[in-house]
Design a protein around this ligand. Sequence first.
Ligand SMILES: Cc1ncc(COP(=O)(O)O)c(C=O)c1O
Length: 381
Amino acid sequence: MGQGRDGEWQQWRARRPPSRQIHLDTAAAGRSSAETLRVTAAHAEREAVVGAYVAQAEAAPVLAEGRAALAGLLGVAADGLAFTESATAARDALLAAWPLPAGGTVAVAPSEWGPNLFAFSSRGLALTELAVGSDGAVDLERLARLLADQPPALVHLTQVASHRGLVQPVAAAAALCRAAGVPLWVDAAQALGHADTATGADAVYATSRKWLAGPRGVGLLGVSEPGWERLRVSASPLELSSLPDGTSPVRLLESHEANVAGRVGLCAAVRQYLAAGPARVRQRLAEAGRLTRETLAGLPGWEVVGPAGAPAAITGLRPAAGQDVGGVRDRLLAEHGILTTASHPARAPRDMTGPLLRVSPHVDVTAGDLGKLRDALAAMS
Ligand SMILES: Cc1ncc(COP(=O)(O)O)c(C=O)c1O
């Protein structure tokens, strides 16, 4: 990542409100562009000027275009996409609508997002762990064997782990699951805008605010067409009265009352992402992750978790000298203006053995930013 490449992405930074901080916290929430913020605020203002429902009707073409773009990114039809409030709300809507056998087994990787494990268990589903390689990625041969010998009711993968650089081979897993007739659902909360999320999974859910840098309070659920008939959805006559005949069951999962300004803002964010070029952004984020891990490797008192070359911009740093990760995160912010996350092991209880400092830059990160992080951590040890 030479000066030239850094420079190429500084426009991304220049399009956001200026900040004195070094933002290395996209896995929590990305920084929206000034254009996204302007469009979001303009819609909210329009609601007050012409009436909220009139403003929503005016925004219908923008929302339809954004819906189609987001559906394309998730690999589903436009009618297979529902806007929700968060990835969690999308997952819960899916769990409520897609019947799974009582006591059925959900196969997950050890890196699974902790709240998903809790959601499955609390609905009476049993968990089984998929075999993985030394990097934590699902072993596809062993997945194929499991699907043949002891098919679970559901395979669930978190495509990009929340706490460290780890990307699951979701497209290959989707092909195996489809051939075996076992549904695959994907948590793409950390993957949308970061990895290729059009993987052929039966259902996929994500959030606006992280790698797409859209507004908070907006999530999305995509269900591929063969899965529509599995959905058990009910809507009140009042809700149905506002929807055209033949509305897909997925659209019936969409929240009726909503942060429409946020959805309009997400549509702007996805336009900007598509203009930047998803493949180019993916490549740059992989590069940002690699540079982060290379910069932090060998830092006294810290250990980079996982392989340096993982194609994700999330890095987990394990404290090796008894540091209090929460305290380090707070001091990085207060004393050095560097924003990171203190990751609690509950994020991925089957993969994390203790807290990690999470570093998650976006495409605009420079070698200088990461050098400052390294120096700040070194000064604290
Ligand atoms: C892997 C993963 N899944 C799900 C979520 C939850 O997303 P939301 O806060 O939009 O519900 C997160 C949030 O950090 C996440 O990292």
